[in-house]
Structure formats: C-alpha cells, structure tokens
Ligand binder design. Structure first.
Ligand code: NDP
Ligand code: 8X3
Length: 248
C-alpha cells in the first residue's frame, strides 16, 4: 500500500520539491500551505499522487487541529513550513517579525506535531521529519530569533524521541545551510535583488537536494532513526571568531 506524507509549506522551496520527489517515489501526498492557488497547481501537476490539499496557516491552532487532527494513515509528517524575517540586530528588529517567526517556526510546528502524532502512536508506526537549520547550531549576526527558533526545533525533535521510546515512531531533524528557494525573498520582504545576492557566485543547495535527503532519511530500515543531519553546500563554511579591536 502506498505511504502518505503530510507536507507543511508545500507551495514553494523544500516543501514543493519534496511533494514532487515523494510523488516520483510512489507516495501519496497531503499538501498544505497558505497559497491556495499554488496548492491547486500542484494538484494538477501531480495528479493522483495528491490525496488531499489543505489550505492551512500553521499559526492557526484551531485550524491545524481541525484540519490535520482527523487524518488517518499518515506515515510521515514533514514539518517544513517556516521562515526568517530580516537580518537586523536585535535592538532594531521588528517585534512583529519575531512574533511571526516564533508563531510559525515554533508554535506552528508543535501544533502540527501534536495533531498528527496520536494516530502514529496508535498505529505504532510513523515518522516526523522537522526542518531545522544550521542557524540552530551556529550563531551569526542578525540570526537572533530565527536561529533560536531552529534551536527549539532541534531540541524539540530530541525530546520527541525521548517521549517516543518504545514506540515505532521515528523523529529526525534535518538542518540545511544556504539553499536557493524563496527563503531570502521572504526574509528581505520581496527585495529580489538583495535575495539574489545571497546566492550570487555560489552553487547553493537546491530544494531537490533537500528532498532527496528527506526521502533518504525515511527510506532507512524502520529500526534506523536518523536523529539529526546537518548539510551545507560545498561553497559554505564557518568563519573565524569575530573580534572587535577598537575598544579603547
Ligand atoms: P520558501 O520560502 O521557499 O518556502 C517556505 C514554505 O513555508 C512555503 O511553502 C510557505 O507557504 C510555507 N509557510 C510559511 N509560513 C507559513 C504559515 N504560517 N503557514 C503555513 N505555511 C507557511 O523557503 P524554504 O523552502 O527554503 O524553507 C522551508 C523551510 O526550510 C523553512 O522552515 C526554513 O526555515 C528552512 N530552511 C531554509 C533554508 C534555506 O536556505 N532556504 C536553510 C535551512 C532551513 P505559504 O506562503 O503558501 O503559506
Ligand atoms: C537558513 C540558513 O544560514 O540563512 O536557515 O540561516 S541561514
């Protein structure tokens, strides 16, 4: 029997690439996101692989529980919906942007997990894959709340595993570095030129790269749990410690 994946944020980037890749592998898809027209386009594109499209804002707790809570036979929840807003230092950033990142990347992810986990525990089978970020592990200027939300995702993933010991439900966090999607366009609020500069002259990760990794993690034998996997493109690495030298 074909397996079913629920993807949050299927309308773009990693989520869309996962929809396409999992369809190629014979999975059934339940696709969610706020942009209904894009969900409908995907439904047309992927045909019978699409079990359902569900217009959904993951920040809306009641909607998440009513729309996802009743789903049955979900083998994999891909908690992918998320965003970064801005790169300003923490004393200049908009508190509204912080709220949006916390509400989406943290609270939305917990709602989706809580809504779908009971049917996995009941069936004693399932997998939750959370999309974290290298920003969870490595601080950078302007990463303030975004990186912290992804640190939450990492620790939440580990704590889920602790809760789930004794159940055949796997939990994985995948932590990508720079990948070209709509991520930077969203971060810079529609400034395409600034977004393009992030990837200029590099061969960044692609959404397809991430889709292949997500699939690989879930295609391991069911006794193998990939706890976490950090991935960067070859053109990205770490910098030296920053030292301020004009402090006299
Ligand atoms: P995109 O901007 O291309 O895609 C983001 C997706 O999230 C969209 O489908 C969007 O759908 C959805 N989304 C955003 N807010 C909400 C919401 N409130 N409710 C439901 N869906 C929402 O970016 P990526 O594909 O790159 O990002 C996917 C994930 O990967 C994010 O969690 C991001 O933090 C993470 N990530 C990205 C990296 C990168 O460099 N690109 C690196 C590391 C991690 P819609 O607007 O239709 O609701
Ligand atoms: C996205 C990667 O480096 O912009 O999570 O934070 S980064």
């Amino acid at each position: 029997m074909a397996k079913t994946i629920v993807i949050t944020g299927a309308t773009s980037g990693f989520g869309k690439a996962c929809a396409e890749y999992f369809a190629e592998q014979g999975w059934l898809l339940i696709l969610t996101g706020r942009r209904i027209e894009r969900l409908e386009e995907l439904k047309k594109q992927l045909g019978s692989a699409v079990r359902q499209v569900i217009p959904l804002d993951v920040r809306d707790r009641d909607a998440v529980f009513s729309q996802l809570g009743g789903l049955k036979d979900v083998d994999l929840l891909l908690n992918n919906a998320g965003l970064a807003l801005g790169l300003e230092p923490s004393w200049q950033v908009s508190p509204d942007d912080w709220d949006t990142m916390i509400d989406t990347n943290i609270k939305g992810l917990t709602y989706c997990t809580r809504a779908l986990l009971p049917q996995m525990v009941e069936r004693d089978s399932g997998h939750i894959i959370n999309i974290g970020s290298v920003a969870a592990n490595w601080p950078y200027p302007g990463g303030n709340v975004y990186g912290s939300t992804k640190a939450f995702v990492q620790q939440f993933s580990r704590n889920l595993r602790a809760d789930l010991l004794g159940h055949n439900v796997r939990v994985t966090v995948i932590e990508p570095g720079m990948a070209e999607s709509e991520f930077s366009k969203v971060r810079f609020k529609g400034d395409d030129q600034r977004a393009a500069k992030v990837y200029a002259g590099t061969e960044a990760l692609t959404p397809r790269d991430i889709a292949e990794i997500v699939y690989w993690a879930t295609a391991r034998p069911k006794h193998v749990n990939i706890n976490s996997l950090e991935v960067m493109c070859i053109d990205q690495s770490w910098g030296p410690f920053a030292v301020h030298r004009d402090n006299s």
